[in-house]
Design a protein around this ligand. Structure first.
Ligand code: ATP
Ligand code: MG
Length: 414
């Protein structure tokens, strides 16, 4: 038997139904926020990713030489491809340009729960300006996507890379030295960050200040006690999020995201039920276009780990309300068959998910079938009721039955 490659998965029809449900839920939400979908190739020139993330990314990539001798990589993420696409073809589009994507990514990682070699990201990028409006718009989309998914327990933590960078540079630390320190701080590995900060020449007081800054986590009014450009920017982002009605967000000045290319806000979402692989979304503001040969343009974006969101929802036990089939229509006799088909045809035209007995079963067996396929209502088409222009509608969950006039049926089911 041939096995699938390590770290990959197959999906059953039931799993695909769930995945498609959430994909489309996310698509609709992104469109509600004025973002438009793009798609880019699954493979790119490997250089695209090394330019963005540095040569170390090679170890994480599925990279190979193609028959023409080109260095190719299966994409490990979609921000770099989106920005390449922007520089190649989208620079004349009106700004802000608001795009989103959904697709698989490949990383050569040690597979475990929530960590695969082939996984899916749903993400968005807003290309325009490095202002609080753009940042709030993007965080707002991430927050609404996750809320819409039905996940109950998660934390949205927002920081600004400028806070820690500012403290490091005013202590005399050059950017090359700052990067490894920030990476340790991001992972809250203080025992490893402290010696690096000492080597970089920071005083014990500055080191303590930096460590305690990374521990500022909580409601946005924590920012009132601090000042500076980055803090002001963050305050404005939180104010706009509040206008949007998004209040389930906290400040976390320890979010660094470990990568050099972030320029402003950085944010993460974690779902504690996932344990070690709990980060379900990461994002921030950055500028990459100049690396890919374009003019410098600021963007803000994020990527949601689609598989991790689904895992978390499953762990919480909240199954999606799919409501695939609203009505299952059952004729009580041979004479009523054509009336049943007519009702199904009418319901489908009106956008109500409906199905009908195709097996000429008894009413009792049809009720069982309707239950097994998850229909919400059974519509019983009997001769007596039909003569009065009505049908019986039975709610399968409650067992309640009522008589509904043909003309009121769509309304009653919607
Ligand atoms: P981690 O620290 O968990 O490795 P990351 O910082 O590498 O995450 P990003 O590059 O920011 O992750 O990707 C965005 C999101 O994609 C992550 O928050 C996570 O939910 C998801 N993700 C990343 N790598 C994997 C993977 N190998 N399998 C499944 N999901 C992943
Ligand atoms: Mg990773």
């Amino acid at each position: 038997m041939i096995q699938r490659p390590r770290g990959t998965r197959d999906f059953t029809p039931q799993e695909m139904e769930t995945r498609r449900y959430f994909e489309n839920l996310f698509r609709r939400e992104a469109e509600l926020h004025g973002f438009g979908e793009i798609a880019t190739p699954i493979f790119e020139h490997a250089e695209l990713f090394t330019l963005k993330s540095g040569p170390n990314i090679i170890d994480e990539m599925y990279a190979f030489e193609d028959k023409g001798g080109r260095q190719i990589a299966l994409r490990p993420e979609l921000t770099a491809p989106s920005m390449r696409f922007f520089v190649n073809e989208l620079t004349n589009f009106p700004r802000p340009l608001k795009i989103f994507y959904y697709g698989q990514c490949f990383r050569y990682e040690r597979p475990q729960s929530g960590r695969y070699r082939e996984f899916f990201q749903f993400g968005a990028e807003l290309i325009g300006a490095p202002n609080p409006e753009s940042d709030a718009e993007v965080i707002g989309l991430a927050a609404d996507l996750i809320r819409r998914s039905g996940l109950a327990n998660y934390n949205i933590r927002i920081g600004h890379i400028g806070v820690l960078r500012g403290k490091l540079s005013s202590g005399g630390v050059v950017p090359e030295e700052a990067a490894p320190i920030l990476q340790k701080l991001d992972k809250r590995l203080y025992d490893e960050a402290r010696p690096l900060m000492q080597e970089a020449g920071l005083s014990p007081a500055t080191i303590d200040d930096i460590v305690s800054t990374t521990q500022i986590i909580g409601p946005p009014d924590l920012l009132e006690r601090h000042s500076g450009e980055a803090i002001d920017h963050l305050k404005q982002v939180f104010a706009i999020l509040r206008d949007y009605g998004i209040t389930n967000v906290e400040v976390d000045l320890g979010v660094v995201r470990g990568l050099d290319y972030y320029t402003g806000i950085v944010f993460e979402v974690d779902a504690p039920c996932l344990g070690a692989e709990k980060q379900v979304c990461g994002g921030g503001s950055y500028s990459l276009t100049e690396l890919f040969g374009g003019e410098k343009v600021f963007s803000t974006g994020f990527a949601i780990g689609f598989d991790r969101i689904l895992l978390a929802i499953e762990k919480e036990g909240s199954t999606p309300s799919r409501n695939r089939l609203s009505a299952y229509v059952v004729p009580t006799s041979e004479n009523m068959r054509h009336k049943a088909f007519a009702i199904v045809g009418m319901l489908r035209k009106e956008g109500v998910g409906a199905d009908v007995d195709l097996m000429r079963r008894s009413v009792g067996k049809n009720l069982k079938y309707a239950d097994a396929v998850g229909a919400r209502h059974v519509i019983i088409v009997g001769e007596k009721e039909n003569a009065q222009g009505s049908v019986t509608v039975r709610d399968l969950a409650s067992g309640e039955q009522k008589l509904v006039r043909h003309s009121d049926l769509v309304q009653a089911l919607k």
